[in-house]
Design a protein around this ligand. Structure first.
Ligand SMILES: O=C(O)CCC(=O)C(=O)O
Ligand SMILES: [Fe+2]
Length: 273
C-alpha cells in the first residue's frame, strides 16, 4: 500500500514521507475545477502535440509544455502553497529552488509502461545520494488507475546508490483522482504505467522543481514570451527563474536582478556586491 495523506497535511509530514519513502501522495489537494480549467486551457495544444520519437518518451505519449504561457490555471498549481512549502524544505540545502519543468503527459491507449528510471540523471552525472536536486509533482488530470497508466513507483529506491533495473512487478501504482498529487524525489525509481484501456487517455500534469543552480529542463525564458512574463506576479517569475539561482548565478547586464528584464524602469534592480 502506498502512503497517502489528505488535504490539511502539513508540509513537514509530506517532507518526512518523501525522505523515508521517496514519495508522498496528497489526495484532493486542489479543487478538481482548477484541474478542469488546466485541461480546458491546454487541450488545444495537447491535441496538436505529436507523439514521442522514442520508447522512453513514449511513442503513444504526448508531452505538452509551456504551461505558464498557455494556462493561467496551471500557474496556480505551480504556486500551490503546499507544493512550494514542501519543495522549500526538501531542497532547503540549496540557497534557492526554481521551476524545473511544466508538462502535461498524455498516455494514449496502447502506450506501454515506460522504463523504470530516476529523473535525476543528466549526462550520467552521479549526484551524491545525500544531495537532492529535484522535488517533483505529478497531478492527476484524469483518473490515475492501474489500467489507464497511473505512475509506477518503487518505494525507498531513492536510498539505494548505483543504477538498477526494476520491472513493473516491483512497482506500486499511484492511483489518484483529479486534484490529487504525487510528490516524488529525483532519486526514486518510477515510470509512467501502461495504458491498457481502449479509449481513455491518461493526462498527468508534471511540475518539477530543482535547486537554483542546475540548468532547467524546460527553458521558461524562451517558452514564456516576454509580453506574457511582464504580466505575471513577481513571486511566480522568481519561481520560474527570474531570481538569482544562487550567489552570483543569473544576473543580467550590469549586475542587475533578472526581474529588471520585465520590470523596465520601475525600480533600481542593481544587486549589492
Ligand atoms: O507519465 C508518468 O506517469 C511519469 C513520466 C516520467 O516519469 C518521465 O517522463 O520522466
Ligand atoms: Fe520520470
Amino acid at each position: 500500500m502506498l502512503k497517502r495523506f489528505s488535504f490539511g497535511v502539513s508540509a513537514a509530514e509530506v517532507e518526512q514521507c518523501m525522505r523515508e519513502e521517496g514519495y508522498a501522495i496528497v489526495d484532493n489537494l486542489v479543487d478538481p475545477e482548477v484541474i478542469k480549467r488546466v485541461s480546458h486551457e491546454m487541450m488545444p495544444y495537447i491535441d496538436k502535440t505529436p507523439t514521442g520519437l522514442n520508447n522512453f518518451v513514449g511513442r503513444k505519449t504526448r508531452r505538452t509544455g509551456a504551461l505558464i504561457a498557455r494556462s493561467p490555471a496551471a500557474r496556480e498549481i505551480v504556486m500551490n502553497p503546499l507544493a512550494l512549502d514542501v519543495t522549500g524544505r526538501f531542497l532547503g540545502h540549496a540557497s534557492e529552488f526554481q521551476l524545473h519543468l511544466t508538462q502535461v503527459i498524455s498516455l494514449d491507449p496502447g502506450q506501454q509502461a515506460q522504463k523504470i528510471h530516476r529523473d535525476e540523471a543528466w549526462d550520467h552525472y552521479p549526484f551524491p545520494m545525500d544531495y537532492d536536486v529535484l522535488c517533483n509533482t505529478m497531478w492527476a488530470m484524469s483518473d490515475f488507475t492501474p489500467e489507464a497508466g497511473a505512475t509506477l513507483l518503487v518505494p525507498r529506491t531513492h536510498l539505494i546508490p548505483g543504477e538498477h533495473d526494476f520491472e513493473e512487478k516491483d512497482a506500486l501504482v499511484a492511483e489518484m483522482e483529479p486534484g490529487s498529487v504525487l510528490f516524488y524525489t529525483g532519486k526514486i525509481y518510477h515510470a509512467g504505467g501502461a495504458n491498457r484501456t481502449q479509449d481513455r487517455v491518461r493526462h498527468g500534469l508534471n511540475i518539477n522543481y530543482s535547486v537554483g543552480w542546475v540548468r532547467q529542463e524546460e527553458n521558461h525564458y524562451l517558452s514564456t514570451p516576454r509580453e506574457i512574463a511582464a504580466t505575471l506576479d513577481d513571486d511566480l517569475l522568481k519561481v520560474m527563474g527570474y531570481q538569482l539561482g544562487g550567489p552570483a548565478l543569473g544576473w543580467i547586464r550590469d549586475f542587475e536582478h533578472p526581474l529588471a528584464a520585465v520590470r523596465e524602469g520601475a525600480d533600481d534592480w542593481h544587486l549589492g556586491q
